[in-house]
Design a protein around this ligand. Structure first.
Ligand SMILES: CC(C)(COP(=O)(O)OP(=O)(O)OC[C@H]1O[C@@H](n2cnc3c(N)ncnc32)[C@H](O)[C@@H]1OP(=O)(O)O)[C@@H](O)C(=O)NCCC(=O)NCCS
Length: 237
C-alpha cells in the first residue's frame, strides 16, 4: 500500500522502513535459502519477479510491508534517531500485513515476520518489529484482528506468537501442515465466529487485553516516526 511509502518507524532496536527497489537484491539473496523458503512457505522468485513483487507490495492496498533494519548489532546498546548511520543500520528481515479477509473486512489482517539474518535471530529484534507493526496497524490502519499462519515445523515462531504476544491457537491444518493463531483487540467484532468454540475464552480475552494495553503504551512511549525522505541518505545500505 502507498500509506506507508514514506514512513519510518523507529524503536529501541529496530527501524522499520518502507520496502524500496534498493532493498530488492538483498531480499532476493535471502529468499534463495531453502530454510527461509520452508519457514515462510515461499517459492523462490527470479530477481525480476522480486522487483515486480516489490511494486505489488507498494501499490496493492491489501498489502503493507516494512523492511526491518537493526540499529545496532546484537548485544550492543540500543540506538535512537540520532544514532542512525549507514554503519550501524543493517537490513535483517521484513514484517508484513495482508488484508485478505474474504468479505473484505479491513479490520482483519494476516501478519508475517522474518528475521532473515541468522546472527540477528534470538536477540529480540523479531519481537520488537512485530510489536511495532501490530501497534502501527491498530492505531493507523484500524486493524482489530490479526491472524498468523505458521508451519508446524516452526516452533520459534509459534512460541513467539503464543507465549510473547498472547495469540491463541485457532486451528491446525494437517493438510497444509500449519497452525492458525489469532489475536484481537477489545473492540474487535467477530465476523468469522461460527460457533461458541471460536470465541476467545475469558482467560484468552484477559491475556489479549493486557497485551493490547502494553502495546499501546509501547507505541506511545518507545516508537518514533519520521520520513523516509529525511533519513534515507543516513540509512542507505
Ligand atoms: C521466528 C522469528 C521471527 C523470531 O524472531 P527473533 O528475532 O529470532 O526472536 P526474538 O529474539 O525476538 O524472540 C522472541 C520470542 O520468540 C520465541 N523464539 C525465538 N527464537 C526461538 C527459538 N530458537 N526457540 C524457541 N523460541 C524462540 C521465544 O518465545 C522468544 O521469546 P523469549 O526470548 O522470551 O524466549 C525468527 O527467528 C525468524 O524469522 N526465523 C526464520 C523465518 C521464520 O520462521 N519466520 C516466521 C514465519 S511465520
Amino acid at each position: 500500500m502507498r500509506q506507508n511509502e514514506d514512513l519510518v518507524l523507529i524503536g529501541p532496536k529496530v527501524i522499520l522502513v518502507p520496502y524500496k527497489p534498493e532493498h530488492v537484491p538483498q531480499y532476493h539473496q535471502w529468499m534463495k535459502s531453502p530454510f527461509l523458503q520452508e519457514m515462510t512457505a515461499s517459492e523462490p522468485l527470479t530477481l525480476q519477479e522480486e522487483y515486480d513483487m516489490q511494486q505489488s507490495w507498494h501499490l496493492d492496498d491489501n498489502k503493507c510491508t516494512f523492511i526491518i533494519l537493526a540499529i545496532a548489532p546484537p548485544g550492543t546498546a540500543a540506538g535512537d534517531l540520532e544514532g542512525i548511520s549507514s554503519k550501524k543500520a543493517v537490513m535483517i528481515g521484513d514484517v508484513n500485513l495482508f488484508f485478505n479477509d474474504p468479505d473484505n473486512d479491513k479490520s482483519f489482517a494476516e501478519i508475517e515476520i522474518m528475521i532473515a539474518e541468522e546472527k540477528f535471530r534470538r536477540s529480540g529484534y523479531g519481537i520488537e518489529a512485530i510489536k511495532i507493526m501490530m501497534a502501527y496497524a491498530m492505531t493507523q490502519l484500524d486493524v482489530k484482528t490479526f491472524e498468523a499462519k505458521i508451519s508446524l515445523k516452526n516452533q520459534p515462531s509459534t512460541d513467539m506468537f503464543k507465549l510473547r504476544l498472547g495469540f491463541r491457537e485457532r486451528s491446525v491444518s494437517t493438510i497444509f501442515e500449519e497452525v492458525t493463531l489469532d489475536w484481537m483487540t477489545k473492540s474487535a467484532t467477530l465476523t468469522e465466529v461460527v460457533d461458541d468454540n471460536s470465541l476467545p475464552t475469558p482467560e484468552e480475552k484477559q491475556k489479549m487485553s493486557t497485551f493490547e494495553e502494553q502495546l499501546l503504551s509501547y507505541w506511545q512511549n518507545q516508537v518514533q516516526s519520521t520520513s523516509w525522505n529525511i533519513v534515507k541518505c543516513r540509512i542507505s545500505l
